[in-house]
Design a protein around this ligand. Structure first.
Ligand code: NAP
Length: 267
């Protein structure tokens, strides 16, 4: 599954943002990723809100959080998000970033998230940017295991100690990893040996470079990959990824060459 993110590429394009979302939906995108922190949840309201006739076909993720928010803000935050989205529920509500909250407060925040799920305001709850120790901190008191941990995962960080720890904790507790910034080699960090490997695999398989990296992320991370674009023509390219499955040796080559670089864009 691919999710179209509304941060990065279209974060600031409130003008025309709703048309862009509607167009992406018409092309087949169903999962949209937004957040309180992106200040643009409104762009989803017209194309996908309750009265759009499309709400039930879409999967909407939004996220709790800004710096210094507390457990007392969780309900109010989701209600504000729902109002902006013009929806009665979201499909997935995530705790955006554990580094933003007071030390020791993650358990209380999670307990507030659990209540919202039980009330049906969100169909699933999860976390984002949680490292191994954050997951273990939650595990001490959780009643509901997070369904997803949305984290940075590109060939340049999937080998590092932070990601290995995340993977260990997620596997142990049955949490799905949802990768973002998996296209970093195309737009943030050049590494000619990786570019060469991606292009060669793409030529041999009839895939674009973008599709090779998205397929790598889908098959390596195993959960929904959150990507983004400001260009509608890119949407078909992204969706075309599902026509392909990379071979184990192709996945291994991308991972092995990516290991030559240590790079994280966000965390
Ligand atoms: N939870 C979190 O803390 C967190 C953090 C970061 C991101 N996210 C989510 O993940 C989403 C995606 O993040 P991201 O933008 O970093 O993801 P990404 O998938 O790594 O990159 C998407 C970008 O790749 C560019 N791209 C695609 N194919 C390309 C090519 N062949 N050559 C050059 N550039 C190419 C697109 O550019 P064009 O716009 O030109 O098409 C687009 O801006 C965000 O919008 C957000 O929803 C979440």
């Amino acid at each position: 599954m691919l999710a179209l993110g509304t941060s990065t590429a279209i974060r600031f394009c409130k003008q025309g943002g709703s048309d862009f979302i509607l167009n992406a939906f018409s092309q087949g995108v169903r999962h949209f990723d937004t957040a309180e922190d992106y200040f643009n949840e409104e762009v989803l309201a017209e194309p996908l809100g309750t009265t759009s006739g499309r709400r039930e076909q879409a999967f909407i993720t939004t996220k709790f959080g800004r710096h210094d928010k507390t457990a007392q803000n969780v309900r109010e935050s989701l209600n504000k998000s729902l109002k902006k989205l013009r929806m009665d529920y979201v499909d997935l509500y995530l705790v955006h970033d554990p580094a933003w909250y007071k030390e020791g407060s993650l358990g209380e925040i999670w307990a507030a998230m659990e209540k919202l799920k039980e009330e049906g305001l969100c169909r699933a709850i999860g976390v984002s940017n949680f490292q191994e120790h954050h997951i273990e901190e939650l595990a001490r008191t959780w009643r509901i295991v997070p369904s997803i941990n949305q984290v940075e995962m590109s060939p340049f960080c999937a080998h590092d100690a932070m990601f290995q720890g995340i993977q260990r904790a997620c596997e142990k507790h049955g949490i799905v990893i949802s990768p973002y910034t998996s296209l970093a080699p195309l737009h943030h960090k050049q590494h000619p040996p990786l570019d060469e490997a991606v292009q060669r695999i793409g030529r041999a398989r009839g895939m674009s470079d973008t599709q090779v990296l998205l397929a790598w992320a889908l098959q390596t991370g195993k959960g929904p990959v959150v990507t983004a674009t400001a260009k509608l023509e890119r949407v078909q390219d992204y969706l075309g990824t599902f026509a392909f499955v990379l071979q184990p040796e192709e996945l291994e080559e991308i991972s092995r060459v990516g290991k030559q670089v240590s790079y994280r864009r966000w965390t």
